[in-house]
Write a protein that binds this ligand. Structure first.
Ligand code: IMP
Length: 179
């Protein structure tokens, strides 16, 4: 599996240090409040699990699943809701936890759908920010790393449902998806 990675972009240690730092900042920002973390399946599983361990205010976790990918490396431009939340988010402090914000389409859709349910507040936290690819008006409130326009896998991110278990973020060798 690791032979399919052309370069390790962010090491396991770097991720863990960053996630800890993000957890501290979020804990300070939400002091005295309870935060409802929304893990966007499936890519954010690892990030959510690690992040919540570093949040010191009370936390509730829920999951949502959306799909925007037409083929395996390019967004289709249309977002579909695959699995809705279980919790009622009215008057709750919602923090959407994303693995990566790329074009911003998914984030724009999630914000719009969740805002209609009248939460007390809504913010977005992403580990990776592919800022140069942004075409939609959507920006995260918290991000871990700005990354270049490369297709990355690991730490929850997949290609065709594989590579999620890698503990680091790596650039997938283009021969894997261009053959
Ligand atoms: P957006 O809607 O274009 O911002 O894309 C967001 C979603 O696309 C993320 O939640 C990921 O599932 C997926 N995605 C975007 N870039 C990558 C990547 O480099 N590797 C794996 N998945 C990605």
């Amino acid at each position: 599996m690791e032979k399919d990675i052309s370069k390790i972009l962010i090491t396991e240690k770097e991720i863990q240090e960053k996630v800890k730092e993000m957890g501290k900042i979020i804990s300070l920002d939400y002091k005295g409040k309870e935060v409802l973390l929304i893990c966007v399946l499936r890519g954010s599983i690892m990030f959510t699990a690690d992040l919540m361990r570093h949040i010191t205010v009370p936390v509730i976790v829920d999951t949502i699943a959306v799909s925007s990918y037409g083929d395996q490396t390019k967004s289709s431009g249309v977002v579909r809701l695959l699995k809705d939340l279980d919790e009622d988010i009215t008057n709750k402090h919602v923090l959407i936890v994303e693995d990566i914000v790329d074009s911003g389409l998914t984030l724009k859709y999630l914000r719009k759908v969740l805002q209609q349910r009248r939460p007390a507040s809504i913010k977005v936290c992403t580990l990776l920010n592919k800022q140069e690819r942004r075409v939609h008006d959507a920006s995260p409130d918290y991000y871990g790393f700005i990354i270049p326009d490369e297709f990355v896998v690991g730490y929850g991110l997949d290609y065709d449902e594989h590579y999620r278990q890698l503990p680091f973020i790596g650039i997938l060798d283009s021969k894997i998806y261009k053959d």
